[in-house]
Design a protein around this ligand. Structure first.
Ligand SMILES: Cc1cc2nc3c(=O)[nH]c(=O)nc-3n(C[C@H](O)[C@H](O)[C@H](O)COP(=O)(O)OP(=O)(O)OC[C@H]3O[C@@H](n4cnc5c(N)ncnc54)[C@H](O)[C@@H]3O)c2cc1C
Length: 375
C-alpha cells in the first residue's frame, strides 16, 4: 500500500512527489511515467520562458500571479535559470490587441520593469510594422537542469519511480483507499493500492479509466510546433516577443543552446476538445509532423529581418493542453480538482512552469493522513 501514487513524471508530477515525500512526510510515494525519461514531454518541449506577467495583458490574474511566482522560481531553481540575454517585447502597429501605451501602463500596473529599448535594439526591427520596442525583465529555464534536479531529489527522498509504465485507471478500492491499474512497458499489468492519487498526466489527464470520470473543467489540446534555430550573432543574446495577436516569439532555449521560434498562426497545427478515449499522445504520434518553419520565417523576417539569416535545426512537436475557459484571454490558471466521487484522488494541471507554487499552496492546506497515521 502506497501513501501516494503520482501519475505523470513531468515537472508537476516530479515536484509534487518530492513535496509529498519531503514536506508531508509520506514514506511510500510512487511516481509513474509512461515515457522512458522524466520531464520529456511538455516540460521539455516548451518555450522555456519564466513568465513575469508581460505575456498576459488580457489576463490580469495570470500576469499578477506570474509576478509573484517568478522571484520564487528564480530563487528555488537558480541553477536552471538563464538571465544572460536581453528580453524585448515589441508592439505591432497593426492587428495588435494592445497599443504601446496600453502595454506600458499595464506593465506599470502589475509592477513589472519596462523601459523603451535603446536605439541599437530598435534597429533590429522594421519600424513600419513595429510601434515600439521595450526592454523588460524575463528569463529562460533550462529544462534539462530541472530534470536533473528532479532525478536527484526523487532519489534522495526515496520516491519509487517507474518509467515506461502507463497508468490505465483509478478506482475506489474494496477496502479503503484507491486502486491504480498500471501497464508496464512489457505489457504486464499490475494493480497498486494507495491512499492518495495525484493525476498529473497533463495531456493525458482525462484518459484514465475505472471510477475516474474526468475533470469538471473542460480541456483543449493543440498539436504544437516550435522550430529550433541557430540564430545569427545579432540575435544570439536576445529574446523577442511581438504582441499581442497573430505574431511570434524567438526565445533562447538553454537546454540546446539554440532559440525556439514559435508563431501564433503556425505553431498550433490543429486543436480539438478533450475527449475520453482519444489519447492526445496517440494523435501526436500518428500525425505527419511536417514543419511550417518556412511560413514562420517568411512572416517573422518582415518584423525582424535578421531572422532570415537563422539556420533551421529541427522542430519539436508536442501536445499543448489548455483550459477551454481561457481561450479568449490566454490566461493560464491552474486546474486543481479533488474528485468527490473518488476520495483521495486529485487532478492537477499547471498551465505554465512557475504555477507550481500555486499548486503547492493548494496542497499545503490539504490535510493528509500521513504514513504515521496522523494528519
Ligand atoms: C509548445 C508549448 C510551449 C510552452 N511554453 C511555456 C513557457 O514558455 N513557459 C511556461 O512556463 N510554460 C510553457 N508551457 C507550458 C508548460 O510546458 C507546462 O505547463 C508544463 O510543462 C506542464 O508540466 P506537466 O508536468 O503537467 O506536464 P508534462 O511535462 O507533459 O508531464 C506529464 C507527464 O505525464 C505523462 N503521462 C501522461 N499520461 C500518463 C499515464 N496515463 N500514465 C503515466 N504517465 C502519463 C506524460 O508522458 C508526461 O511525461 C508550454 C507548453 C507547450 C506545449
Amino acid at each position: 500500500m502506497f501513501d501516494a501514487v503520482v501519475i505523470g513524471g513531468g515537472f508537476y508530477g516530479a515536484a509534487i512527489a518530492i513535496y509529498l515525500s519531503q514536506q508531508r512526510e509520506m514514506k511510500r510515494v510512487l511516481l509513474v511515467e509512461r515515457d522512458r525519461h522524466l520531464l520529456s514531454r511538455a516540460s521539455y518541449t516548451n518555450q522555456a520562458r519564466v513568465h513575469n506577467g508581460y505575456h498576459y495583458p488580457r489576463s490580469f490574474t495570470t500576469a499578477y500571479r506570474s509576478r509573484i511566482n517568478l522571484p520564487k522560481f528564480v530563487q528555488q531553481w537558480s541553477y536552471a535559470v538563464s538571465k544572460d540575454f536581453e528580453k524585448l517585447y515589441a508592439i505591432a502597429r497593426r492587428n495588435s490587441k494592445v497599443t504601446a501605451r496600453q502595454f506600458e501602463r499595464f506593465c506599470r500596473e502589475i509592477g513589472a520593469r519596462i523601459e523603451v529599448a535603446p536605439k541599437s535594439l530598435h534597429e533590429l526591427f522594421d519600424n513600419k510594422l513595429i510601434e515600439e520596442v521595450f526592454l523588460v525583465e524575463e528569463y529562460a529555464f533550462d529544462t534539462t537542469r530541472l530534470a536533473g534536479w528532479a532525478e536527484r531529489e526523487l532519489d534522495s527522498s526515496g520516491v519509487r519511480t517507474i518509467l515506461g509504465t502507463k497508468a490505465l485507471g483509478v478506482s475506489r478500492d474494496v477496502g479503503c483507499g484507491l486502486a491504480v491499474e498500471l501497464e508496464h512497458g512489457n505489457g504486464l499489468r499490475e494493480v497498486v493500492r494507495s491512499r492518495y492519487v495525484f493525476n498529473c498526466a497533463y495531456a493525458g489527464l482525462n484518459q484514465l479509466a475505472g471510477d475516474f470520470h474526468g475533470t469538471q473543467m473542460g480541456l483543449k489540446h493543440e498539436i504544437t510546433e516550435m522550430a529550433l534555430m541557430q540564430v545569427p550573432s545579432s540575435l544570439k543574446n536576445i529574446g523577442v516577443t511581438v504582441m499581442d495577436g497573430p505574431f511570434f516569439s524567438i526565445m533562447p532555449f538553454p537546454a540546446r543552446d539554440l532559440h525556439t521560434l514559435s508563431h501564433v498562426r503556425y505553431t498550433p497545427h490543429f486543436s480539438w476538445p478533450d475527449e475520453p478515449g482519444v489519447d492526445p499522445y496517440d494523435r501526436l504520434r500518428d500525425y505527419l509532423q511536417e514543419t511550417r518553419v518556412d511560413r514562420m520565417v517568411r512572416d517573422v523576417q518582415r518584423y525582424l529581418p535578421a531572422v532570415a539569416q537563422a539556420q533551421y535545426v529541427e522542430s519539436l512537436f508536442e501536445v499543448k493542453t489548455v483550459l477551454v475557459k481561457n481561450e479568449g484571454d490566454d490566461g493560464r490558471p491552474i486546474l486543481f480538482e479533488k474528485h468527490a466521487d473518488i476520495p483521495g484522488c486529485f487532478s492537477i494541471l499547471g498551465g505554465k512552469i512557475d504555477n507550481i507554487f500555486d499548486v503547492l499552496e493548494k496542497l499545503e492546506i490539504e490535510e493528509f493522513a500521513s504514513a504515521r497515521g496522523n494528519s
